[in-house]
Design a protein around this ligand. Structure first.
Ligand code: SAH
Length: 617
């Protein structure tokens, strides 16, 4: 399952046949290695460890991002305790009971992603997730993972003390100078964060902790009464110019010196910007690899167009633009300079470096985004596929109409970005989802029923096409769901047993003559017909025309089912006939199913025979 890539490699560990059986399907589904003792070699499928489990765990501990045990929690605690080093690097450890009823997030819940993985696994196997962290119970994102979706880097700070203040819901001042504020918009009603400047405020606020979100590197005194942490969104573009053959060491030193002098955090670097002829400059390439930074290059002509504070004639004669570092930083950041050109040389060292810095409006996100187009089924959560649930639980952002978001809200995790919109803003919603995915977020767009049947999936793909999408970035995956027609049919028996079709009566996006023609054709062809969007407050005539069209070609006693809000709390089911169907309340929450010439009612069910033979008339 690609959706779980961020947690991979994952290993499952079981020690008995029963627990192996609990883990086997899960491991297969999510692409995890299942480790079993050698004694089960001839009996079960998996990988087998020959040593004792403790020794084996020591071997696989560092190479896994997550470990899933099906073993007594106490035994797991004893086994892993000598291996635990630091929550910044330890893998996520989760424990499942032998019957697969509970999934416990044991260790590495925040930075290791264990809490989220626990929820995902619980959804996949139909178990109850047990997450004991306080932030989770307060529905707050962990302060130590807050910036992960946006690619921010953690700076220096007293993370444990700040987390403790948050857990007590005492006031925490947040000073956010740069970076996405989406996280602020998705906090629960009750949260401890205060977003103003204390000095500016007339009301007296006495924060118990402070969170800085900026590109500045602040040095906190460890003895300060006020615990503080800092996150660094990656907004700084470092423009670099250098002589041929300048070493990585010198470039690194130059950047570090400039950053130090200006109190800037190197964690906030988005990337390196330079001239295209430096794309093969070894020192720059090596540094970008070491620091995992992208390199953006521009042509001399592009750079020459930019007005800069410190142009150079010499550079202009050499490479055809009066500025490399400054112009490249400005172009990459699409903003003026924060730090103008600094020239750096070192006695005895070959080469010279120029460094300039500009701040981008939006932070750089070091990953490819994705779009999951998810059908959530008709209503209740047990009518949604496990894959669709996983797509929702692994998404950074869930976008959808508020009624549908409410239906799946139990799948959300604290801090997840939820963007609800009005049902009439479908196209805006599609554009917003694409924009977020292009930036690098994993976005789930949800539709009721099947997202590819009168749903959001088509709109999103249409919009991608009109934006000349390359088919890969963002990656798009469609997750099917049970459509209203199937849901309604299942509540009244087997009306769809033979050839059928679906027709939407909404003429908002389709001209009415097209709909009228299809109604006629379906009626003539004796298709069982499901009518979507049958009647709204404003559109009241279409359902009458549809009924009359069918009456021209089908018996007035043809069974008709009208199912409203299938699988929701306010579900209503009516079995009627073509002649009398308009006496039943029909609205936009209803699906109408008109039987074919051999459909019959029996025992409060609507049955369409599998074939046309042996039908009594
Ligand atoms: N993508 C959805 C359809 C959206 S069009 C799907 O595949 O089901 C909206 C129409 O679907 C509604 O007007 C109604 O006709 C039908 N519908 C959606 N959910 C329904 C439900 N739970 N019960 C009955 N009809 C439903």
């Amino acid at each position: 399952m690609d959706l779980l890539n961020e947690f991979k490699p994952i290993s499952g560990i079981a020690t008995t046949r029963e627990t192996a059986k609990t883990l086997q399907p899960l491991c297969q589904n999510i692409g995890a290695t299942l480790w079993l003792p050698e004694s089960l070699n001839s009996l079960e499928e998996g990988q087998f460890y020959k040593s004792d489990l403790k020794t084996h765990l020591a071997k696989i501990w560092k190479e896994n991002k997550a470990l899933i045990f099906c073993l007594a929690a106490g035994a797991v605690v004893r086994l892993i305790s000598p291996l635990l080093a630091d929550k910044k690097i330890d893998p996520a450890v989760i424990v499942i009971d032998p019957k697969g009823k509970f999934v416990i997030s044991l260790c590495g819940g925040h930075i290791g992603g264990g809490d989220r993985l626990t929820k995902i696994v619980a959804n996949l196997i139909g178990a109850t997730p047990i997450i004991t962290g306080i932030a989770n119970s307060l529905n707050l994102p962990g302060i130590d993972v807050l910036g992960f979706p946006f690619g921010w880097k953690r700076g220096q700070g007293d993370w444990n003390r700040v987390a403790a203040v948050i857990a007590k819901l005492k006031t925490v001042q947040v000073v956010q100078e740069v970076g996405s504020t989406l996280w602020q918009e998705n906090l629960p009603a009750k949260h401890p964060f205060y977003f103003g400047f204390v000095e500016d405020n007339k009301i007296s606020i006495s924060p118990q902790a402070r969170v800085w979100i900026s590109f500045t590197k602040r040095r906190f005194s460890p003895d300060s009464d006020l615990p503080k942490v800092q996150w660094h969104p990656r907004v700084l573009w470092v423009g670099i110019g250098c002589e041929r053959g300048t070493s990585k060491q010198l470039i690194k030193q130059a950047i570090e010196t400039v950053f130090d002098r200006n109190h800037l955090a190197t964690e906030a670097i988005a990337g390196i910007a330079t001239i295209d002829i430096k794309a093969d400059e070894l020192g720059i390439l090596e540094l970008s690899r070491d620091w995992q930074l992208p390199i953006i290059t521009f042509t001399a002509a592009e750079l020459a167009k930019i007005e800069v504070p410190t142009p150079s004639k010499v550079v202009s004669q050499e490479v055809g633009t009066p500025s490399v570092a400054e112009a490249a930083a400005i172009l990459a950041a699409k903003n003026p300079l924060l730090v103008s050109k600094q020239i750096f040389k070192q006695e005895g060292e070959k080469g010279a470096v120029t460094v300039a810095i500009a701040v981008a409006e939006k932070e750089y996100l070091d990953r490819k985004g994705s779009l999951s187009l998810v059908g959530i089924g008709p209503g209740s959560l047990d009518q949604i596929t496990p894959a669709a649930k996983t797509a929702i639980t692994t998404a950074d952002v869930v976008v959808g109409y508020s009624l549908y978001l409410d239906l799946v809200s139990s799948l959300f995790y604290p801090g997840q970005i939820i963007e609800s919109s009005n049902i009439t803003q479908e196209r805006d919603r599609a554009c917003r989802a694409i924009e977020l995915a292009q930036w690098g977020l994993n976005v789930a767009v949800i539709s009721s029923g099947d997202c590819g049947i009168y749903g959001m999936a088509g709109l999103v793909l249409e919009e991608c096409r009109s934006q000349n999408w390359d088919g890969n970035n963002p990656k798009v995956e469609v997750f099917p769901g049970i459509t209203a027609m199937q849901a309604a049919a299942s509540r009244v028996g087997t009306p769809l047993m033979h050839d059928f079709c679906a027709i939407s009566l909404s003429d908002l996006l389709t001209p009415w003559p097209v709909i009228a023609k299809r109604l006629e054709a379906a009626a003539i062809a004796d298709f069982v017909t499901a009518l979507y969007n049958p009647r709204s407050l404003k559109r009241t005539e279409q359902i009458k025309i549809a009924r009359d069209t069918f009456l021209k070609h089908r018996d007035p006693n043809t069974p008709v089912a009208i199912v409203r809000s299938a699988y929701r709390l306010d579900e209503q089911i009516y079995l009627t006939t073509l002649e009398e169907m308009l006496e039943v309340p029909i609205d936009m929450l209803s699906t109408v199913i008109i039987g074919n010439s051999s459909t019959r009612n029996y025992a409060n069910l609507m049955i369409t025979p599998r074939g046309y033979f042996n039908v009594e008339s």
